[in-house]
Design a protein around this ligand. Structure first.
Ligand code: HEC
Length: 204
């Protein structure tokens, strides 16, 4: 026979255990949400050539999944970049991939324009569909033209409009990133930088 007080304390214990589980569950959910949310500020961005080179550009992963990022970047068939991916072609422009579902319009990519100097990086602009670079181009509207299998990454031949930078100019810009301790400019880089200066001096 079970008396009333034992019954009460039993069910009470059950309620308490349930509450503890609930609290533990909430903490767990909050932690995973925090882990998924990327913390990005000026200090996130570093010397370009210290990132991982793939083809003619550089990648990193803010959540430790560099292997996953490199695998997609290297694949000729394309693929969806994992959350935390950082992709850069030139020192002042960056794409960062947020968690799946973060921003449906941009396929979770956030676009950045940076000012870079010996002192480091300063975020000049950041956002999803509305970041315009210093040449007047909207990052998203151009990158969105990449075929779906390439996840908004343009390279050459993925469907985006061309940019007025030749590969030698891009190489020279990478090797003259002022944030890097040493800059190894080749004779070809120097030549490309001169062309770039002439191009920048053109009236717009
Ligand atoms: C007119 C179209 C256009 C605009 C505007 C543009 N890009 Fe790109 N972007 C390209 C093309 C084309 C490439 C590939 C160039 C190459 O591989 O030689 C590229 C390359 C890149 C890459 C290397 C990965 C890739 O997609 O190949 C990053 C990162 C990038 N752009 C970021 C940006 C950001 C950030 C902005 C805005 C601040 C921006 N881009 C604006 C066309 C554009």
């Amino acid at each position: 026979m079970i008396n009333l007080s034992t019954f009460f304390s039993l069910s009470c214990r059950r309620v308490l255990a349930g509450m503890a589980l609930l609290v533990a569950g909430t903490t767990f959910a909050a932690n995973t949400a925090d882990e998924k949310k990327l913390k990005i500020d000026d200090s996130t961005f570093q010397c370009l050539t210290e990132m991982t080179p793939v083809k003619h550009f550089y990648v990193d992963n803010l959540q430790g999944n560099l292997k996953g990022t490199v695998a997609v970047a290297k694949s000729e068939k394309g693929g969806i970049y994992p959350a935390g991916s950082v992709v850069q072609l030139v020192p002042g422009e960056v794409m960062v991939k947020h968690a799946a579902g973060y921003n449906a319009a941009t396929h979770d990519w956030e676009y950045f324009e940076l000012d870079v100097s010996k002192e480091g990086s300063t975020i000049r602009k950041r956002g999803f569909v509305d970041v315009v670079n210093r040449f007047g181009g909207n990052c998203f509207s151009c990158h969105a033209k990449a075929k779906p299998e390439f996840d908004s990454v343009c390279e050459i031949g993925h469907g985006c409009d061309a940019i007025p930078l030749s590969r030698p100019m891009i190489h020279a810009m990478q090797n003259s990133d002022p944030r890097c301790k040493s800059q190894k400019l080749t004779a070809e880089d120097m030549q490309a930088l001169k062309q770039l200066e002439a191009f920048r001096a053109l009236p717009r």
